[in-house]
Ligand binder design. Structure first.
Ligand SMILES: [Zn+2]
Length: 240
């Protein structure tokens, strides 16, 4: 549930009455910051403010997980001419981990999302997040793993059972293998431990592989983090 829907009918009426642009100018605290349409500016959120907005959104999702009733027609109109996403999320394609919902029911024009099985970074995804940060001005990148990930389990089965997979699946999960090798024998759930290590490795590789991204990080304009989403509790835990 988003701020607009959070039992505040007055807030919702105001959202509908004044529109997204006016609300962006008003002190509309928290995660619900509609992207500006006309002026073409990036988000005004700092990296830390973007991270706080994701944290707040997930806390609302955990405590009161109802589908958001943002006025999507209104929001669509407000961002049709320009997008200013305030966070980038690299997430798994798993149908149970949609970033827009688990971070609090954000509508269109807010999160810049790249998804693939295993939340990995190939050339296409690297270019995608570079575009989000350097061109659109998104101040935060979160690599979001999740518990019980099928892609991660497949990599773990390669390590434990020498499993093989048809098509391009085996090649796709190869970047997870170093994490699966490193997590082997550790206490706890092997698949979930591997998912966490893989997300951390992927986050670290963003700066190692992209001078564009490392430059923005060096200037303090961009932060990168790894996190894991718990399918059962709905909670997102950030990894150090
Ligand atoms: Zn997954």
């Amino acid at each position: 549930m988003c701020k607009v829907c959070e039992g505040d009918s007055a807030g919702r009426r105001n959202f509908l009455k004044f529109g997204a642009g006016a609300l962006a100018a008003a002190a509309f605290a928290g995660a619900m910051r509609p992207a500006r349409a006309a002026e073409g500016a990036p988000t005004s959120l700092s990296p830390d403010e973007a991270l706080a907005a994701l944290r707040d959104g997930n806390a609302r999702y955990v405590s009161n997980p109802e589908l958001c009733s943002i006025d999507l027609a209104e929001q669509r109109a407000s961002v049709a001419g320009h997008q200013a996403p305030w966070a980038t999320v690299i997430a798994c394609a798993d149908s149970r981990s949609p970033p827009e919902l688990i971070f609090g029911g954000h509508g269109v024009g807010e999160l810049f999302v790249a998804r693939n099985a295993g939340n990995l970074v190939d050339t296409a995804t690297l270019g995608t997040v570079e575009y989000g940060a350097a061109v659109l001005g998104s101040p935060l990148i979160v690599v979001l793993a999740h518990t019980s990930c099928g892609a991660v389990k497949a990599a773990c089965d390669v390590v434990l059972k020498n499993a093989t997979y048809p098509g391009a699946i085996g090649t796709m999960i190869e970047p997870i293998l170093p994490a699966a090798l490193a997590a082997r024998g550790e206490e706890g759930d092997y698949v979930n431990n591997t998912a966490k290590k893989s997300a951390q490795r992927t986050a670290a590789r963003l700066t190692a592989q992209s001078t564009l991204i490392s430059g923005l990080v060096g200037e303090g304009k961009l932060k990168i983090g790894a996190a894991v989403y718990d399918l059962e509790s709905g909670a997102v835990t950030y990894l150090e």
